[in-house]
Design a protein around this ligand. Sequence first.
Ligand SMILES: [Zn+2]
Length: 182
Amino acid sequence: MELFDLPPQTLGDDTHQKVFGDLPSALAAALRTAEVGDVVLQLLDRGWRPGQLSSRIGALPAGADPAADVLALLRGFLDQVPPDARWREERAQRQASQSQFEEPASEQSRQRWISEIRSQLGGPKAPRPQPLLRVRPPCSLCGAESEFFVTRSARLCTACVQLLESGTAVMPSASPAAQEAG
Ligand SMILES: [Zn+2]
């Protein structure tokens, strides 16, 4: 495990404190060895952060030989992908699988949006209601569009002419003379 041309390294005080500072001081002192330091430095080189090592060491159940347990734990980490790299890998996989599944879904939702917008706007086949243009003056009796000129001030629609003819309605304002004149 150790390189031929490098002597085993102990950790600097700062790094030792970051990795082992939460342990009982006797145990932390027992871990201040070149063997432990070498493993820790390899792990830090690979992207492990001191806090990630510290929290895992702190979670180690107490055993008969805590220093040996810590060293075994650290050596086990040499076979693992560091947490940050594993997190990046998992995130990349999630994004890859999401983009696989989301592109058809987003196309579906895009089509749904388009059809909703089309239905709200009215498609080319939907008839646009024609504006009602009153081209003739209103009927003097009912206010509907008049068909017949009676006098200058009196006009009638077809329905009201039929009512007048049947005697059901009378012209309220027009005199008989005016009717005859019209
Ligand atoms: Zn009328």
